[in-house]
Design a binder for this molecule. Structure first.
Ligand SMILES: NC(=O)c1ccc[n+]([C@@H]2O[C@H](COP(=O)([O-])OP(=O)(O)OC[C@H]3O[C@@H](n4cnc5c(N)ncnc54)[C@H](O)[C@@H]3O)[C@@H](O)[C@H]2O)c1
Length: 365
Protein backbone atom coordinates (compact mmCIF):
# COMPACT_ATOMS: atom_id res chain seq x y z
CA UNK A 1 0.00 0.00 0.00
CA UNK A 2 1.26 3.47 -0.78
CA UNK A 3 2.11 5.66 2.17
CA UNK A 4 -0.96 7.68 3.18
CA UNK A 5 -0.85 11.21 1.86
CA UNK A 6 -3.24 12.39 4.53
CA UNK A 7 -4.42 10.78 7.72
CA UNK A 8 -7.25 11.85 10.02
CA UNK A 9 -8.68 10.52 13.24
CA UNK A 10 -12.18 11.39 14.31
CA UNK A 11 -14.14 10.55 17.44
CA UNK A 12 -17.84 10.07 16.73
CA UNK A 13 -19.33 9.57 20.17
CA UNK A 14 -18.10 6.16 21.36
CA UNK A 15 -16.59 5.26 17.96
CA UNK A 16 -13.19 6.27 16.62
CA UNK A 17 -12.66 6.43 12.83
CA UNK A 18 -9.30 6.59 11.13
CA UNK A 19 -9.26 7.93 7.56
CA UNK A 20 -6.33 7.32 5.23
CA UNK A 21 -6.08 9.09 1.88
CA UNK A 22 -3.63 7.57 -0.55
CA UNK A 23 -2.95 7.06 -4.23
CA UNK A 24 -3.11 3.27 -4.48
CA UNK A 25 -5.59 0.69 -3.28
CA UNK A 26 -4.53 -1.07 -0.09
CA UNK A 27 -3.10 -4.58 -0.43
CA UNK A 28 -4.50 -7.39 1.67
CA UNK A 29 -1.59 -7.86 4.05
CA UNK A 30 -1.20 -4.14 4.60
CA UNK A 31 -4.90 -3.77 5.21
CA UNK A 32 -4.83 -6.61 7.69
CA UNK A 33 -1.86 -5.11 9.50
CA UNK A 34 -3.70 -1.80 9.73
CA UNK A 35 -6.79 -3.48 11.11
CA UNK A 36 -4.93 -5.81 13.49
CA UNK A 37 -1.41 -4.69 14.33
CA UNK A 38 -0.90 -7.92 16.31
CA UNK A 39 -1.99 -11.51 15.65
CA UNK A 40 -4.34 -13.29 15.81
CA UNK A 41 -5.92 -11.92 12.63
CA UNK A 42 -9.67 -12.44 12.54
CA UNK A 43 -11.14 -13.23 9.12
CA UNK A 44 -12.17 -10.47 6.71
CA UNK A 45 -15.48 -10.58 4.89
CA UNK A 46 -15.49 -8.50 1.69
CA UNK A 47 -18.57 -6.87 0.16
CA UNK A 48 -18.64 -5.23 -3.27
CA UNK A 49 -20.98 -4.87 -6.23
CA UNK A 50 -20.65 -6.17 -9.78
CA UNK A 51 -18.89 -2.94 -10.85
CA UNK A 52 -16.37 -2.94 -8.03
CA UNK A 53 -15.70 -6.67 -7.92
CA UNK A 54 -12.45 -6.24 -9.85
CA UNK A 55 -11.24 -3.67 -7.30
CA UNK A 56 -12.16 -5.99 -4.42
CA UNK A 57 -10.35 -8.85 -6.16
CA UNK A 58 -7.21 -6.73 -6.47
CA UNK A 59 -7.25 -6.04 -2.74
CA UNK A 60 -7.93 -9.65 -1.80
CA UNK A 61 -5.22 -10.98 -4.12
CA UNK A 62 -5.11 -14.74 -3.78
CA UNK A 63 -6.60 -14.76 -0.28
CA UNK A 64 -9.57 -17.02 0.18
CA UNK A 65 -11.60 -14.52 2.20
CA UNK A 66 -15.34 -14.65 1.65
CA UNK A 67 -16.75 -12.02 -0.67
CA UNK A 68 -20.38 -11.03 -1.21
CA UNK A 69 -20.96 -9.53 -4.67
CA UNK A 70 -24.20 -7.51 -4.82
CA UNK A 71 -26.03 -6.16 -7.85
CA UNK A 72 -25.02 -2.53 -8.55
CA UNK A 73 -27.13 0.56 -7.89
CA UNK A 74 -29.72 1.97 -5.51
CA UNK A 75 -32.19 -0.86 -6.30
CA UNK A 76 -29.89 -3.17 -4.34
CA UNK A 77 -30.27 -1.18 -1.12
CA UNK A 78 -32.69 -3.70 0.36
CA UNK A 79 -33.18 -6.14 3.23
CA UNK A 80 -32.39 -8.92 0.77
CA UNK A 81 -28.89 -7.50 0.21
CA UNK A 82 -28.31 -7.20 3.96
CA UNK A 83 -29.34 -10.83 4.31
CA UNK A 84 -26.91 -11.83 1.57
CA UNK A 85 -24.07 -10.11 3.40
CA UNK A 86 -25.01 -11.73 6.72
CA UNK A 87 -25.34 -15.13 5.04
CA UNK A 88 -21.90 -14.80 3.42
CA UNK A 89 -20.37 -14.17 6.84
CA UNK A 90 -22.35 -16.99 8.44
CA UNK A 91 -21.53 -19.52 5.71
CA UNK A 92 -17.85 -18.67 6.12
CA UNK A 93 -18.15 -19.52 9.80
CA UNK A 94 -17.35 -16.01 10.99
CA UNK A 95 -18.06 -15.21 14.59
CA UNK A 96 -18.42 -12.02 16.56
CA UNK A 97 -14.90 -11.05 15.58
CA UNK A 98 -15.92 -10.82 11.88
CA UNK A 99 -14.46 -7.80 10.10
CA UNK A 100 -16.48 -6.52 7.16
CA UNK A 101 -14.68 -4.70 4.37
CA UNK A 102 -16.85 -2.77 1.89
CA UNK A 103 -15.37 -1.97 -1.52
CA UNK A 104 -17.79 0.22 -3.46
CA UNK A 105 -19.87 3.36 -3.61
CA UNK A 106 -22.36 4.71 -1.09
CA UNK A 107 -24.79 1.86 -1.69
CA UNK A 108 -22.24 -0.83 -0.83
CA UNK A 109 -20.90 1.12 2.15
CA UNK A 110 -24.38 1.89 3.59
CA UNK A 111 -25.42 -1.76 3.19
CA UNK A 112 -22.23 -3.26 4.57
CA UNK A 113 -22.21 -0.89 7.53
CA UNK A 114 -25.83 -1.77 8.27
CA UNK A 115 -25.06 -5.50 8.09
CA UNK A 116 -21.94 -5.10 10.22
CA UNK A 117 -23.92 -3.20 12.85
CA UNK A 118 -26.31 -6.13 13.36
CA UNK A 119 -24.13 -9.20 12.68
CA UNK A 120 -24.02 -11.05 16.01
CA UNK A 121 -24.89 -7.71 17.62
CA UNK A 122 -22.04 -5.88 15.94
CA UNK A 123 -19.10 -6.97 13.77
CA UNK A 124 -16.27 -4.65 12.86
CA UNK A 125 -16.08 -2.47 9.80
CA UNK A 126 -13.67 -1.03 7.23
CA UNK A 127 -14.89 1.02 4.26
CA UNK A 128 -13.01 1.44 0.99
CA UNK A 129 -15.16 3.91 -0.98
CA UNK A 130 -14.72 3.78 -4.75
CA UNK A 131 -16.95 6.70 -5.87
CA UNK A 132 -16.24 10.37 -5.33
CA UNK A 133 -19.52 10.66 -3.43
CA UNK A 134 -18.55 7.74 -1.24
CA UNK A 135 -15.20 9.35 -0.47
CA UNK A 136 -16.47 12.89 0.08
CA UNK A 137 -19.56 11.92 2.01
CA UNK A 138 -21.12 8.47 2.41
CA UNK A 139 -18.23 6.54 3.99
CA UNK A 140 -17.66 9.00 6.80
CA UNK A 141 -19.85 9.67 9.80
CA UNK A 142 -21.52 6.38 10.61
CA UNK A 143 -24.93 6.62 8.93
CA UNK A 144 -26.00 3.27 7.53
CA UNK A 145 -29.22 2.47 5.75
CA UNK A 146 -31.48 0.59 3.41
CA UNK A 147 -34.48 1.77 1.39
CA UNK A 148 -37.87 0.38 2.46
CA UNK A 149 -41.47 0.87 1.25
CA UNK A 150 -40.18 3.24 -1.42
CA UNK A 151 -38.54 5.51 1.15
CA UNK A 152 -34.80 6.10 0.98
CA UNK A 153 -32.84 5.11 4.05
CA UNK A 154 -35.99 4.34 6.05
CA UNK A 155 -34.15 1.78 8.17
CA UNK A 156 -30.64 2.32 9.40
CA UNK A 157 -28.25 2.58 12.29
CA UNK A 158 -25.33 4.75 13.37
CA UNK A 159 -22.21 2.62 13.03
CA UNK A 160 -18.97 4.42 12.12
CA UNK A 161 -16.21 2.37 10.47
CA UNK A 162 -12.98 2.02 12.39
CA UNK A 163 -10.94 2.40 9.18
CA UNK A 164 -11.78 4.23 5.95
CA UNK A 165 -9.29 4.02 3.07
CA UNK A 166 -9.70 6.53 0.24
CA UNK A 167 -7.66 5.53 -2.78
CA UNK A 168 -7.60 7.89 -5.75
CA UNK A 169 -6.60 4.99 -7.99
CA UNK A 170 -10.05 3.44 -7.57
CA UNK A 171 -11.66 6.48 -9.22
CA UNK A 172 -9.98 5.77 -12.56
CA UNK A 173 -12.86 3.57 -13.74
CA UNK A 174 -15.66 5.80 -12.43
CA UNK A 175 -18.26 6.71 -15.09
CA UNK A 176 -18.59 10.43 -15.93
CA UNK A 177 -22.06 10.83 -14.39
CA UNK A 178 -20.77 9.55 -11.05
CA UNK A 179 -18.09 12.25 -11.01
CA UNK A 180 -20.81 14.87 -11.21
CA UNK A 181 -22.64 13.40 -8.21
CA UNK A 182 -19.50 13.49 -6.12
CA UNK A 183 -18.48 16.99 -7.17
CA UNK A 184 -21.75 18.33 -5.76
CA UNK A 185 -20.77 16.98 -2.33
CA UNK A 186 -17.33 18.60 -2.56
CA UNK A 187 -19.00 21.92 -3.44
CA UNK A 188 -21.35 21.46 -0.49
CA UNK A 189 -18.39 21.01 1.86
CA UNK A 190 -16.81 24.12 0.35
CA UNK A 191 -19.92 26.20 1.12
CA UNK A 192 -20.10 24.86 4.68
CA UNK A 193 -16.45 25.68 5.34
CA UNK A 194 -15.95 28.82 7.39
CA UNK A 195 -12.66 30.03 5.94
CA UNK A 196 -13.21 29.66 2.19
CA UNK A 197 -10.07 27.60 1.44
CA UNK A 198 -11.94 24.74 -0.19
CA UNK A 199 -14.20 27.14 -2.07
CA UNK A 200 -11.15 28.71 -3.74
CA UNK A 201 -9.69 25.26 -4.35
CA UNK A 202 -12.86 24.08 -6.07
CA UNK A 203 -12.65 27.02 -8.46
CA UNK A 204 -9.03 26.18 -9.24
CA UNK A 205 -9.83 22.49 -9.61
CA UNK A 206 -12.50 23.31 -12.16
CA UNK A 207 -10.02 25.34 -14.21
CA UNK A 208 -7.57 22.42 -14.02
CA UNK A 209 -10.26 19.98 -15.14
CA UNK A 210 -11.16 22.18 -18.09
CA UNK A 211 -7.56 21.79 -19.27
CA UNK A 212 -7.42 18.02 -18.92
CA UNK A 213 -8.23 15.09 -16.70
CA UNK A 214 -9.12 15.60 -13.07
CA UNK A 215 -6.01 13.57 -12.20
CA UNK A 216 -3.75 16.17 -13.85
CA UNK A 217 -4.74 18.86 -11.42
CA UNK A 218 -1.46 18.77 -9.48
CA UNK A 219 -3.03 17.07 -6.49
CA UNK A 220 -5.98 19.47 -6.57
CA UNK A 221 -8.55 16.71 -6.27
CA UNK A 222 -6.68 15.06 -3.46
CA UNK A 223 -6.41 18.30 -1.52
CA UNK A 224 -10.10 19.05 -2.09
CA UNK A 225 -11.11 15.59 -0.92
CA UNK A 226 -8.91 15.79 2.13
CA UNK A 227 -10.41 19.13 3.12
CA UNK A 228 -13.97 17.87 2.52
CA UNK A 229 -13.26 14.86 4.75
CA UNK A 230 -11.92 17.14 7.45
CA UNK A 231 -14.95 19.46 7.24
CA UNK A 232 -17.48 16.64 7.43
CA UNK A 233 -15.51 14.82 10.12
CA UNK A 234 -15.39 17.86 12.41
CA UNK A 235 -19.11 18.56 11.93
CA UNK A 236 -20.04 14.97 12.77
CA UNK A 237 -17.70 14.94 15.77
CA UNK A 238 -19.64 17.90 17.16
CA UNK A 239 -23.01 16.22 16.63
CA UNK A 240 -22.56 12.50 15.88
CA UNK A 241 -26.24 11.52 15.96
CA UNK A 242 -27.73 14.71 14.54
CA UNK A 243 -29.40 15.56 17.84
CA UNK A 244 -28.12 19.14 17.74
CA UNK A 245 -28.03 21.62 14.90
CA UNK A 246 -24.52 20.88 13.58
CA UNK A 247 -24.88 17.70 11.58
CA UNK A 248 -28.08 18.97 9.96
CA UNK A 249 -25.90 21.54 8.15
CA UNK A 250 -24.75 18.65 5.95
CA UNK A 251 -28.26 18.71 4.47
CA UNK A 252 -27.41 21.88 2.54
CA UNK A 253 -29.17 21.65 -0.83
CA UNK A 254 -31.00 18.47 0.17
CA UNK A 255 -34.45 19.86 1.11
CA UNK A 256 -34.82 21.48 -2.30
CA UNK A 257 -32.95 18.64 -3.98
CA UNK A 258 -35.20 15.89 -2.62
CA UNK A 259 -38.29 17.89 -3.62
CA UNK A 260 -36.90 18.25 -7.13
CA UNK A 261 -36.11 14.54 -7.35
CA UNK A 262 -39.63 13.67 -6.17
CA UNK A 263 -41.49 16.18 -8.37
CA UNK A 264 -39.45 15.31 -11.46
CA UNK A 265 -40.11 11.60 -10.92
CA UNK A 266 -37.50 9.42 -9.21
CA UNK A 267 -34.45 8.74 -11.36
CA UNK A 268 -34.97 11.61 -13.83
CA UNK A 269 -32.61 13.99 -12.04
CA UNK A 270 -29.51 12.49 -10.46
CA UNK A 271 -28.97 13.05 -6.74
CA UNK A 272 -25.86 15.18 -7.36
CA UNK A 273 -27.66 17.32 -9.91
CA UNK A 274 -30.58 17.78 -7.51
CA UNK A 275 -28.36 18.73 -4.56
CA UNK A 276 -26.38 21.19 -6.70
CA UNK A 277 -29.59 22.83 -7.92
CA UNK A 278 -30.88 22.81 -4.33
CA UNK A 279 -27.80 24.69 -3.13
CA UNK A 280 -28.50 27.45 -5.65
CA UNK A 281 -32.11 27.63 -4.43
CA UNK A 282 -30.84 27.73 -0.85
CA UNK A 283 -28.68 30.72 -1.78
CA UNK A 284 -31.68 32.50 -3.27
CA UNK A 285 -33.76 31.74 -0.17
CA UNK A 286 -30.97 32.91 2.11
CA UNK A 287 -30.75 36.12 0.16
CA UNK A 288 -34.53 36.70 0.36
CA UNK A 289 -34.29 36.19 4.14
CA UNK A 290 -31.36 38.58 4.46
CA UNK A 291 -28.94 35.82 5.55
CA UNK A 292 -26.95 35.27 2.37
CA UNK A 293 -25.14 38.39 1.11
CA UNK A 294 -25.65 39.07 -2.62
CA UNK A 295 -21.98 38.46 -3.54
CA UNK A 296 -21.96 35.16 -1.64
CA UNK A 297 -25.11 34.02 -3.41
CA UNK A 298 -23.54 34.91 -6.75
CA UNK A 299 -20.28 33.11 -5.92
CA UNK A 300 -22.17 29.94 -4.95
CA UNK A 301 -24.29 30.04 -8.11
CA UNK A 302 -21.27 30.68 -10.36
CA UNK A 303 -19.27 27.81 -8.86
CA UNK A 304 -22.18 25.41 -9.34
CA UNK A 305 -22.73 26.66 -12.88
CA UNK A 306 -19.02 26.26 -13.64
CA UNK A 307 -19.30 22.55 -12.80
CA UNK A 308 -22.03 22.24 -15.41
CA UNK A 309 -25.09 21.93 -13.16
CA UNK A 310 -28.49 23.38 -13.90
CA UNK A 311 -29.00 26.56 -11.89
CA UNK A 312 -32.20 27.95 -13.45
CA UNK A 313 -35.50 27.97 -11.64
CA UNK A 314 -37.81 26.30 -12.25
CA UNK A 315 -35.59 23.35 -13.13
CA UNK A 316 -36.49 22.16 -16.66
CA UNK A 317 -37.30 18.66 -15.35
CA UNK A 318 -39.31 19.86 -12.37
CA UNK A 319 -42.95 18.78 -12.29
CA UNK A 320 -45.67 21.35 -11.63
CA UNK A 321 -45.26 23.86 -8.83
CA UNK A 322 -47.92 22.22 -6.63
CA UNK A 323 -46.18 18.86 -6.74
CA UNK A 324 -42.85 20.48 -5.95
CA UNK A 325 -44.29 22.40 -2.98
CA UNK A 326 -45.98 19.26 -1.70
CA UNK A 327 -42.69 17.40 -1.88
CA UNK A 328 -40.91 20.30 -0.19
CA UNK A 329 -43.41 20.30 2.67
CA UNK A 330 -43.34 16.53 2.96
CA UNK A 331 -39.56 16.27 3.30
CA UNK A 332 -38.32 14.33 6.34
CA UNK A 333 -36.49 17.43 7.56
CA UNK A 334 -39.22 19.27 9.48
CA UNK A 335 -39.36 21.17 12.74
CA UNK A 336 -42.61 22.33 14.43
CA UNK A 337 -44.45 21.84 11.14
CA UNK A 338 -42.02 24.10 9.29
CA UNK A 339 -39.64 22.97 6.57
CA UNK A 340 -35.98 23.10 7.56
CA UNK A 341 -33.46 24.60 5.15
CA UNK A 342 -29.76 25.22 5.29
CA UNK A 343 -28.77 28.47 3.62
CA UNK A 344 -25.32 29.88 2.89
CA UNK A 345 -24.31 32.63 5.30
CA UNK A 346 -21.52 35.15 4.88
CA UNK A 347 -19.23 32.39 6.18
CA UNK A 348 -20.39 28.81 6.36
CA UNK A 349 -24.12 28.12 6.45
CA UNK A 350 -27.10 28.44 8.79
CA UNK A 351 -30.10 26.31 9.61
CA UNK A 352 -33.53 27.92 9.36
CA UNK A 353 -37.11 26.70 9.78
CA UNK A 354 -39.61 28.29 7.43
CA UNK A 355 -43.35 28.15 6.99
CA UNK A 356 -43.77 27.45 3.28
CA UNK A 357 -46.72 29.87 3.14
CA UNK A 358 -44.23 32.65 3.85
CA UNK A 359 -44.32 34.92 0.76
CA UNK A 360 -40.51 35.00 0.71
CA UNK A 361 -40.55 31.25 0.16
CA UNK A 362 -43.39 31.38 -2.36
CA UNK A 363 -41.65 33.90 -4.57
CA UNK A 364 -38.65 31.67 -5.20
CA UNK A 365 -39.95 29.18 -7.73
N1 LIG B 1 -24.20 7.17 4.84
C1 LIG B 1 -24.15 8.43 4.45
O1 LIG B 1 -23.82 9.34 5.23
C2 LIG B 1 -24.48 8.76 3.02
C3 LIG B 1 -24.21 10.04 2.52
C4 LIG B 1 -24.48 10.29 1.18
C5 LIG B 1 -25.02 9.29 0.38
N2 LIG B 1 -25.28 8.07 0.92
C6 LIG B 1 -25.86 7.01 0.10
O2 LIG B 1 -24.94 6.72 -0.95
C7 LIG B 1 -25.65 6.16 -2.05
C8 LIG B 1 -25.13 6.77 -3.32
O3 LIG B 1 -23.76 6.47 -3.41
P1 LIG B 1 -23.00 6.47 -4.80
O4 LIG B 1 -23.32 7.70 -5.53
O5 LIG B 1 -21.60 6.12 -4.53
O6 LIG B 1 -23.79 5.33 -5.61
P2 LIG B 1 -23.46 3.78 -5.91
O7 LIG B 1 -22.88 3.12 -4.75
O8 LIG B 1 -24.73 3.24 -6.46
O9 LIG B 1 -22.38 3.87 -7.06
C9 LIG B 1 -22.75 4.46 -8.29
C10 LIG B 1 -22.43 3.50 -9.45
O10 LIG B 1 -21.03 3.50 -9.66
C11 LIG B 1 -20.55 2.15 -9.64
N3 LIG B 1 -19.18 2.23 -9.16
C12 LIG B 1 -18.77 2.43 -7.90
N4 LIG B 1 -17.44 2.58 -7.86
C13 LIG B 1 -17.01 2.44 -9.12
C14 LIG B 1 -15.72 2.49 -9.73
N5 LIG B 1 -14.62 2.80 -9.03
N6 LIG B 1 -15.64 2.29 -11.06
C15 LIG B 1 -16.76 2.04 -11.80
N7 LIG B 1 -18.00 1.99 -11.30
C16 LIG B 1 -18.12 2.20 -9.96
C17 LIG B 1 -21.53 1.40 -8.79
O11 LIG B 1 -21.51 0.03 -9.07
C18 LIG B 1 -22.83 2.06 -9.20
O12 LIG B 1 -23.27 1.50 -10.42
C19 LIG B 1 -27.13 6.44 -1.80
O13 LIG B 1 -27.78 5.24 -1.47
C20 LIG B 1 -27.13 7.39 -0.61
O14 LIG B 1 -28.26 7.22 0.22
C21 LIG B 1 -25.01 7.79 2.21
Amino acid sequence: MSKPIREYRFQFGLFASQVLIQEALPEFEELRRLLFPDPPHPPLCFVCDAHTEALARRIRGNQASPCCVLPPGEEAKTWASVERILKTALDAGLGRDAFFVAVGGGVVSDLTAFAASVYMRGGRLCLIPTTLLGMADAALGGKTGIDLFGIKNLAGTFYPASLICLSLESLASLPKGEWKSGMAELIKAAILEEDGTLFARMRALKDGMARGSVFDGGGGLLEALARAVEIKGRIVEADPRETGSQRALLNLGHTFGHALEASAGLGRVSHGEAVAWGMVRAGALGRALGITPADRERAVRELILAYGYETRSPHPLMGDKKGFMRALGGDKKKKDGKAVFVVPAERGARLIALDLRDPRAQSLW
